[in-house]
Design a protein around this ligand. Sequence first.
Ligand code: ADP
Ligand code: MG
Length: 465
Amino acid sequence: MPPPKLDPEISARWARVRGVLRAEVGEAAYTSWLKPLALVEISGGKARISVPTRFMRDWVVSHYGDRLLALWTEQNSAVKSVEVFVQVGTPRPASALAAADGPNTGAATSRQMSTPASDAGALSDISAPLDPRFVFEKFVVGKSNELAYAAARRVADAETTAFNPLFLYGGVGLGKTHLMHAIALHTRERFPDRKVVYLSAEKFMYHFIRALRYQNIMAFKEQFRSVDLLMIDDVQFIDGKESTQEEFFHTFNELVDNNRQVVVSADKSPSDLEGMEERLRSRLGWGLVADIHATNYELRLGIIETKAETLGVELPGKVKEFLAHKITSNVRELEGALNRVVAHSTLVGREISLESSQDVLHDLLRANDRRVTIEEIQKRVAEHFNIRLADMHSARRARAVARPRQVAMYLAKQLTTRSLPEIGRKFGGRDHTTVMHAVKKVDELRKADAAFGEDVELLRRMLES
Ligand code: ADP
Ligand code: MG
């Protein structure tokens, strides 16, 4: 959008300069570097052009400075020099209303002028949309998530960087994304000028790979450099992708070094992120690591009450207790169960009762009942092979205890969603490679030895039922 004050004749010339440059440098480079340029004025033989960041200014001056001047002189011989300067303006992610309400309405023009950076696929595109329901007020706090909640609040309230990075981790559906959105929403409200970027690790990778393909890695980096609060959700998905890890590492370091807040979530602790480079793993653990544990009964009850209130439904106490008691896997399932119960009652026009709830949820209930813990597996397997439970954790290597231990590790891998390191830890702090070896060994033995195979199969069925 041309600034309103420009003379139409000058605007037309500027458009021609840009047109020629575009043809010369190609679409990708043009979009990354030249499109964001805004002509502010021509005065005293000088064309004054603004860019959103210092990095961009340096890049444009060193790569396109001479061409810019040459083209301008061609268009208008009165132009003797070109000045590229930084116009600090924050492209507002939020509504136009927020911009108008801003403390600095007089700067609206300069803001608009630097906004074209977003055409280059900048922040407004990169940050994923936020779910307005995921606010702190709607997050129910209990023992299992109080640390994560307190840390998230602190980050959102802090005038300066709190712990950096904040690393939130926990199993699926326990509220990591909810807390991250809450941080973003709160920060945007309290500090409207801060650039807040929230995205999934997969999106991060997607943008990165796209930037590689279209050769605008510099612009990609630049976009992240100007962020005040960067949140990357589910970083376990960065596992194994080396170039992305590398880029993430650099982006991350640079932001932290510049005192920008970084918040990261994953389904495991930094040290358990297999497939992630050691230096990245350890770097991720430098700030505050807060884990969200499985919910307990009280918390689930609290969540049901809050959600029912939000939905505007009255639930009989018995139904609430029933749900809190039975749907233990995670909060997402709990919410899903509640929604189903409510939807069903609305559809058939009957009151919600314990019986109707049991009916509607019978498949879900079965799945929740079937969950096996590593402890149960160890107990069953120890009983079956007639060894002491303590030998599941002990360092004894005698075949008589080592083999059952391997079977238990194997079943833990098959029947639970635990990662290899997690399983290893539950077996007296063994290494994940030991677990991997056990899984392989048992698989081989099952094939080679029919009786052994039947044993394992029997144990599995027992544990699953
Ligand atoms: P995760 O990202 O850890 O997989 P989510 O943040 O997506 O989990 O949470 C799943 C659902 O459960 C969301 O709808 C979220 O609002 C809800 N939820 C999770 N924990 C809580 C909590 N403590 N209080 C209220 N809602 C919660
Ligand atoms: Mg999530």
